[in-house]
Ligand binder design. Structure first.
Ligand SMILES: [Zn+2]
Length: 143
């Protein structure tokens, strides 16, 4: 069991050792630590290279905005993501709901799960071996 602190402001699940909510910055010093249902970061790869994935219950996949410096939780910029090859800044997200699910964020070019286009706002579960197409990039979910 992982120990977590749930933010009283935004319900983000934070690791027990953080002092401030990783999403909204609310102080967690007075928040109780609790056991979480086992959550592990999803194992993902692009072009056979593992992606770095932080431990969060919601993971936005996209690319860095060069003008503002904003970066998604999972940044595809190092893999050549750009508007030219169809990757939006906030393209798609993974949500932990006891299992990992995927939801398109109304991206310009859409997201395909195993060659089927996702409907924005309708999350679908991932299973090991799922292939996620984001623009011209292919992400494999390994579990
Ligand atoms: Zn928060």
């Amino acid at each position: 069991m992982a120990l977590i602190k749930i933010c009283p402001n935004c319900n983000q699940r934070n690791r027990a050792e953080v002092r401030e909510c990783e999403r909204c910055g609310t102080s967690l010093l007075m928040t109780e630590t609790m056991d979480a249902p086992a959550i592990a970061p999803p194992k993902l790869s692009v072009n056979h290279q593992p992606l770095y994935v932080p431990l969060r219950v919601e993971l936005v996949i996209g690319r860095t905005d060069r003008e503002t410096g904003w970066a998604p939780d999972i940044d595809l910029s190092p893999f050549g993501a750009s508007s030219t090859n169809g990757v939006s800044r906030r393209h798609v997200r993974l949500i932990w709901n006891g299992e990992w699910q995927i939801e398109d964020l109304n991206s310009a070019n859409g997201t395909y799960l195993n060659h089927r286009r996702l409907t924005p706002g309708e999350p679908l579960p991932l299973s090991p071996g799922s292939v996620i197409q984001v623009g011209k990039l292919f992400i494999v979910y390994h579990g």
